[in-house]
Design a protein around this ligand. Structure first.
Ligand code: TGC
Ligand code: FAD
Length: 392
């Protein structure tokens, strides 16, 4: 890949809305991505491999548990800092942001919020330091958008639980040390269980041949009569609202992350449009290319403002699930459209790994599907504004 010349667009001077701490966190992450991700990411995406060696660096910049209290090893930051970290990491690659999102919002968050003190002490410091990687098993082969229908289940066997079932499309699964697994008890109530690698009957086969999110490892979780110790059940919340509560936090991070991918595509296309000469002029001088670029910066700016406001609401614990859905849906769609348009500005060069755009475009095809599809988030908004449920 060409060297990383990224300059972040800030058309409405939004930096003025950030505190010194926000800017420090953002710039530290940005510099780390330039140094540690940009030079290697194309190679890892081509190889379809997650760069394991970066986990320590991700931990050092606070990407594992940005808002988890410091006493558990987290960075103790606010929600805007969390968002800015996700933005900068996804500017590098959505797959790397996925690993950080899953670790922070889908593994550390439920242990922190729904776990007991022993579980927090046992798992959170290891996850914050990157010594352990976690994954989150909600989706099943026959239950994606409708997780309430899950069939993975556990039975009380006196001194342990017996877990059976399967999860599919699980980020980090192939190498995770611990999985937060959502399964039904004998009464059909959903609970979170902490399942560790090495438990007999637990396997995590890798999903091959992905064209998207290639630098993120995806796999299945198979439970064949796995004996789970009783102390591994998350005691403080059950029901579908428990996993959906984690998703609120992860979807919020994705809303920021998508802006990062969009900014990278815009910045690359803008630079290219000023350098590439056709018909004796830079292509950026043609109105058709200016229309694309002007619309991109407009959409990025709108998304930045929406997401910053959402961050303030999150900081005050006032952001609703439906508001988070709107931001996730809007921003990922915006980023995917920008990636497609930016790729066209680069002509044939846009399809090569010399530039990041095609990789972002392919990654965003997963991002628009996971953590609730584009359609599902629209229906969440529809339900919120009409009070009428279109899901069922
Ligand atoms: P519904 O009846 O609406 O709700 C059941 C219970 O959950 C509560 N609830 C929420 N709680 C917290 N946060 C939310 N966002 C919530 N949404 C609903 C609700 O109040 C209720 O509580 P209670 O106490 O009354 O029982 O549930 P439903 O079955 O109708 O489903 C609603 C729907 C379709 C919106 C939900 O199932 C959904 O969001 N589906 C999409 C599934 C999804 O997003 N899966 C993501 C899997 S994880 C993933 O993709 C990780 S990718 C990671 C990466 O690499 O970055
Ligand atoms: P389906 O639910 O089968 O949906 C298919 C289509 O039908 C979609 O377009 C959808 O919008 C539409 N549809 C469904 N229901 C309705 C409805 N009621 N009304 C209108 N349209 C509807 N899951 C995890 O648990 N953990 C992970 O770590 C994880 N990581 C992932 C990583 C990747 C790379 C990918 C691709 C997925 C990952 N997922 C993960 C799974 C992801 O959350 C699901 O793919 C997603 O929720 C959609 O489920 P599905 O693929 O089964 O699609």
């Amino acid at each position: 890949m060409a060297s990383d010349l990224f300059e972040a667009p800030d058309y409405y001077n939004l930096d003025e809305l950030l505190t010194d701490e926000h800017k420090l966190v953002r710039d530290t992450t940005r510099n780390w991505v330039k140094k540690e991700i940009s030079p290697i990411i194309e190679d890892y995406a081509q190889k379809s491999e997650f760069p394991m060696h970066i986990t320590k660096g991700l931990a050092e910049i606070g990407a594992f548990g940005p808002y988890i209290p410091m006493k558990y090893g987290g960075a103790g930051l606010d929600q805007i800092s969390y968002g800015l970290i996700m933005q900068e990491i996804e500017r590098g690659d959505s797959g790397i942001r996925s690993t950080a999102s899953v670790q922070s919002s889908l593994v550390m968050y439920p242990i922190w919020k729904y776990g007991n003190e022993l579980q927090r002490q046992k798992y959170l410091p290891k996850l914050a330091s990157g010594a352990w990687i976690g994954c989150f098993g909600l989706t099943e082969p026959d239950h994606g958008s409708n997780p309430a229908g899950m069939i993975t289940n556990f039975k009380d066997k006196g001194d342990h639980y017996l877990l059976n079932g399967a999860k599919m499309w699980i980020s980090n699964a192939p190498f995770a040390h611990v999985a937060v697994v959502w399964a039904k008890d004998e009464n059909g109530r959903i609970h979170g269980l902490l399942v560790e690698r090495g438990m007999e009957g637990f396997s995590t086969p890798k999903t091959h041949s992905k064209w998207s999110l290639r630098a993120s490892a995806t796999g299945e979780l198979i439970f064949d009569n796995v004996k789970v110790p009783k102390e591994n059940l998350l005691p403080n919340k059950s029901g579908l609202g428990a996993p959906l509560g984690c998703l609120d936090s992860a979807r919020y991070g994705i809303a920021w992350g998508a802006i990062g991918a969009a900014m990278d595509c815009y910045d690359t296309a803008l630079r290219y449009s000023k350098e590439r000469i056709q018909f004796g002029k830079p292509i950026g001088q043609f109105q058709l290319q200016q229309k694309k670029l002007a619309e991109m910066i407009t959409e990025i700016t709108k998304a930045q403002i929406l997401t910053w406001r959402l961050g303030l609401l999150k900081n005050e614990n006032k952001a609703t699930s439906a508001q988070i859905s709107m931001a996730k849906r809007n921003n990922v769609h915006m980023a995917l459209n920008i990636a497609r348009e930016a790729r066209q500005i680069l002509g044939g060069m846009g399809i090569t790994g010399e530039y990041s755009i095609m990789r972002h475009a392919m990654n965003l095809e997963s991002v628009i599907t996971y953590e609730g599809t584009h359609d599902i988030h629209l229906l969440i908004t529809g339900l919120d504004i009409t009070g009428l449920n279109a899901f069922k």
